[in-house]
Design a protein around this ligand. Structure first.
Ligand SMILES: [Zn+2]
Length: 275
């Protein structure tokens, strides 16, 4: 059975969120007594067969956005992780040039472990510019890799690079989809845009989608351990945070392991036809 035909989408027990699974085995998810009904996507969707993570820094791409990319690859699809900078100023002790090189190396190693592609644009860490050049650079990579789903930063972040990434991606998707904008590659329409559950982007973040990552969780966490800051070396215990978050999000969605995503505003609109 092909990855697309065996994909199943499962009703979520709780809230107005939707639960997505690429796993061919049906879930035993049940609505709890008295719980409000949840939204059901009600059919197959190929959007997770080509996923691109677009992050300000390589750590964000892999820790907060890497699991959906790993899901795409695991079930036979395509996956890429684009970092707008190398995050080279992220170490309090290691010089930027040296740290940037180790970040690039870690991203390439981690991408290989989940079978995905690591992509880089080398804007200066902490100074990612919101300009047309950056938006078209991202547009060109979207047209080249043709993701159906993009996962990126939510704008409610204390980190200016993360907010810049949000703005750049929004316009890059717009440019990528416009046939009238002539670039090397033809126009490509991205179907879905999700924001990642990132500890630094928590202001106003509301999960509305849970993705089953049970099949890839161990491999994804192992890939993340390629990074020099994964175990708290720069001050934040990413391994404990994102490892336990996958368990907590799994509890809420009735998957063993899950990541929470937030849909773009346009994507949350539903069209309900009456008889
Ligand atoms: Zn970051």
């Amino acid at each position: 059975m092909s990855p697309t035909t065996r994909r199943s989408f499962l009703a979520l027990a709780g809230g107005s969120a939707v639960a997505l699974s690429m796993n061919p085995e049906p879930s035993n998810a049940k609505q709890l007594p008295g719980q409000p009904p949840s939204k059901n996507s009600g059919g197959q969707d190929k959007s997770f067969s080509n996923v691109m993570a677009i992050a300000a820094h390589p750590g964000d791409a892999f820790f907060a956005m890497g699991a959906p990319v790993a899901v795409a690859r695991h079930f036979g699809g395509q996956g890429s992780l684009l970092s707008l900078s190398l995050g080279e100023k992220g170490s309090p002790t290691i010089p930027a040039e040296q740290y940037g090189a180790s970040q690039r190396e870690a991203a390439q190693k981690a991408a290989a472990l989940i079978g995905a592609k690591a992509l880089f644009l080398q804007y200066p860490d902490g100074e990612i510019p919101i300009n047309e050049e950056a938006k078209f650079a991202v547009c060109d990579l979207i047209r080249q890799y043709k993701p159906l789903t993009i996962v990126t930063h939510w704008k409610g972040s204390w980190h200016k690079d993360h907010r810049a990434c949000y703005d750049i991606v929004e316009d890059a998707i717009f440019y990528a989809g416009l046939p009238g904008i002539v670039r090397k590659e033809p126009a490509h329409g991205v179907r879905k845009l999700f924001y990642a559950d990132n500890w630094e982007d928590a202001t106003g973040f509301t999960a509305d989608t849970y993705l089953d990552i049970t099949a890839v969780c161990d491999g994804w966490l192992n890939a993340c351990s390629a990074f020099p800051m994964w175990h708290g070396e720069t001050g934040f215990r990413y391994n404990d945070y994102y490892g336990s978050l996958a368990v907590e999000r799994g509890c809420l969605s009735n998957f063993k392991r899950a990541v929470a995503l937030m849909s773009s505003a346009e994507q949350r609109v539903q069209h309900i036809r009456t008889p």
